[in-house]
Design a protein around this ligand. Structure first.
Ligand code: F6R
Length: 612
């Protein structure tokens, strides 16, 4: 969601900014823009992709070694050239880019209109730009002070970078809610929504905290203060990410690359944590909270989307193995429904990006009630990872495809480790079972590798059903969240309507949809409720539905009934989600490609959802 890049230093800003915008394309956007300062302050903006912006500026003067650039995901006002960022102030002395939402923009706009300001766009951002200019003029303060005062009047979320025509040596950046990171190079600074545009220039970064304003000056030290005017010492951290992780590496799409990375990413999630040879699991990130978890009367998991699905698998795992009651909540519901939370509670927040606004708000709410908050995040240094008391990184590596794939299996891996560790500490499973499960978990990366081999069957199924309008996904037990995740993946990237259901719920409604045109994907792996699922398949077949079944290698019964089967290797029931998800990711991918969809950047979606 909205991407910010800014540069100040000795080099030409334009190529750095454009490359940075391209690195942020994965976040999702519908227009792009850039402002360059070279004596005059020139703003160029275009609806559509960054390539449209490049076409627009082909013959323009693009000189200047300071500039700001933005990809916009529309909130206030439709995606068009005018609403795109950067926005000029009325006098055109200031240009500003913004990620987030200014909630009180309407009243601020009214006040500014009364003072003679006119607006070109319908955005909240232009209001903030003029507010800063108005303060600068009326209160006779410098730009930093004007930004600081303006932000005290703003309600909402923001990450902003401001550039003024009369000062080629300064950028002002600030954040609340939406992320912002400052890269410190030699005689140069970079600012971006995440580290991906910065990584090829420097590994030294400072993550701005909420309500902090940064004064970034050419050839001078970085200065940070809060919007309440308290000086802060910049805390410089080293990025661990490397550039290869941000490239497609020969794959046609990031999503495909990320699907195929899963043996590796799952291994990374377990590295240093799972020790089958020693018969132990160690989770350093939450070691100080283990006893609290063991004694917890209840754990609440908060998350959104795919992370919420991982949370559901987590619920089944933790309850099954460690016998601790778990509730899984949509963060967006939790934050507004007055939940019963006290200092005795433990909240686990799951997020790939670590920036999801609803999950962050759920954390803040639970924190305000004294609860202990643990995080399971992928992006190191992200807002959620910093807002939690402790946590476990998934270490899946950067996920660029908007549809989450390897992040999901990494989250499930971490939750499995956590459930097993708690079970070990609580003594809720026999030692032999524990040892067997950790041995089986250690085999999962190789089994994922086997699952990924050969796409003929999946491609055949994709070809057959690429033009249908609806899909149904069914699963029971551990495979119910897999069904939900399979359906979400398909609708996100192929725009085919898909529903995930617990298989037994079918007869309470969705069965009405079944006819000879309805493909029903059933996760029908061995053990657990296998026989029950077989009955559900019969119910579908009795109504002439088309069954595509995910089965355990060597299965005979389902093969005899289903129209199509895809085999996955045998594993323990509770580990099946790590394998069964893979063919469903591939099915969605191939269907979307065949339909000509933009797989990595599906319409209307954003990779990190920084607005509620
Ligand atoms: C699905 C997807 C979204 C995210 C959701 C939460 O493929 O990408 O549903 O899972 O927006 O995002 P994070 O995990 O970053 O909090």
């Amino acid at each position: 969601m909205c991407g910010i890049v800014a540069y100040i230093g000795p080099k030409d800003a334009y190529p750095i900014l454009i490359k940075g915008l391209k690195r942020l394309e994965y976040r999702g956007y519908d227009s792009a823009g850039i402002a360059l300062l070279n004596g005059s302050l020139n703003v160029f903006k275009a609806k559509g992709k960054v390539s449209e912006l490049e076409n627009l500026v082909k013959n323009a003067d693009l000189s200047g070694n300071v500039g700001i650039a933005h990809t916009r995901w529309a909130t206030h006002g439709e995606p068009n050239d005018v609403n795109a960022h950067p926005h000029y102030s009325q006098s055109k002395n200031i240009a500003l880019i913004h990620n987030g939402i200014i909630e009180n923009y309407a009243s601020l706009r009214k006040e500014l209109e009364a003072r003679g300001y006119t607006f070109q766009s319908s955005t909240d951002t232009e209001v903030l730009t003029n507010l800063i200019e108005d303060i600068q003029i009326n209160e006779e303060v410098d730009l930093l002070e004007a930004v600081r005062i303006a932000l005290n009047q703003v309600i909402g979320a923001y990450a902003i970078v401001v550039l003024a025509r009369d000062d080629k040596d300064t950028l002002i950046a600030a954040r609340k809610g939406s992320p912002l990171v400052i890269g410190i190079g030699i005689d140069e600074y970079f600012v971006a929504s995440d580290a991906s545009p910065i990584i090829e220039y420097t590994k030294n970064v400072v993550y701005l905290d909420n309500e902090e304003v940064a004064l970034i000056r050419r050839n001078k030290d970085l200065k940070i203060k809060t919007i309440r005017n308290v000086e802060k010492t910049p805390y410089i951290q080293k990025l661990e990410m490397n550039l290869d992780a941000l490239e497609k590496g020969g794959y046609e799409h990031f999503m495909l690359k990320e699907i195929y990375e899963q043996p590796h990413s799952i291994r990374d999630s377990m590295r240093g944590r799972l020790h089958p040879e020693l018969g132990t699991i160690s989770l350093g990130g939450i070691i100080d909270y283990e006893q609290k978890l063991v004694n917890a009367a209840k754990i609440t998991i908060v998350a959104c989307g795919t992370s919420w699905h991982a949370g559901l698998v987590g619920e089944y795992l933790i309850e099954d193995l460690a016998r601790i009651p778990v509730e899984v909540e949509y963060a967006s519901e939790f934050r507004y429904r007055n939940p019963i939370i006290s200092e005795k509670d433990i909240i686990i927040a799951i997020s790939q990006s670590g920036e999801t606004a609803d999950t962050l708000a759920a954390i803040e709410l639970a924190k305000s009630k004294g609860a202990t908050i643990l995080g399971i995040c992928n992006v190191v240094g992200s807002s959620i990872s910093r807002a939690t008391h402790a946590g476990i990184y998934t270490h899946a590596g950067p996920e660029i495809g908007v549809a989450s794939t390897k992040a999901f299996t990494a989250q499930v891996t971490v939750l499995t480790l956590m459930a097993l560790r708690l079970a070990q500490l609580k003594g809720t499973i026999p030692k032999t079972k524990f040892l067997h499960l950790i041995h089986e978990l250690g085999l999962i990366p190789d089994k994922v590798e086997q699952t990924l081999k050969g796409s003929k069957k999946v491609i055949e199924i994709a070809e057959k059903f690429k033009n249908v309008r609806n899909f149904l996904y069914l699963g029971r037990g551990y495979n119910f969240p897999v069904a939900l995740e399979g359906a979400l993946k398909l609708k996100e990237i192929s725009y085919i309507h898909a529903e995930g259901y617990p298989a037994a719920e079918m007869k309470h409604g969705p069965i009405a949809l079944i006819d000879e045109e309805m493909p029903v994907v059933v996760i029908a792996t061995k053990r657990g409720t296998y026989e029950k699922v077989v009955s559900n398949i019969q119910e579908v077949k009795a109504r002439k539905g088309i069954v595509i079944a995910i089965v355990t290698k060597g299965d005979v019964a389902v093969k005899g009934m289903a129209d199509y089967t895809i085999e996955i290797p045998e594993t323990e029931e509770m580990l099946v989600p790590l394998l069964a998800t893979i063919p469903l990711q591939k099915l969605s991918y191939h269907i979307a490609v065949m339909r000509g969809c933009n797989v990595d950047q599906p319409r209307n979606l954003a990779k990190s959802v920084t607005v509620e």
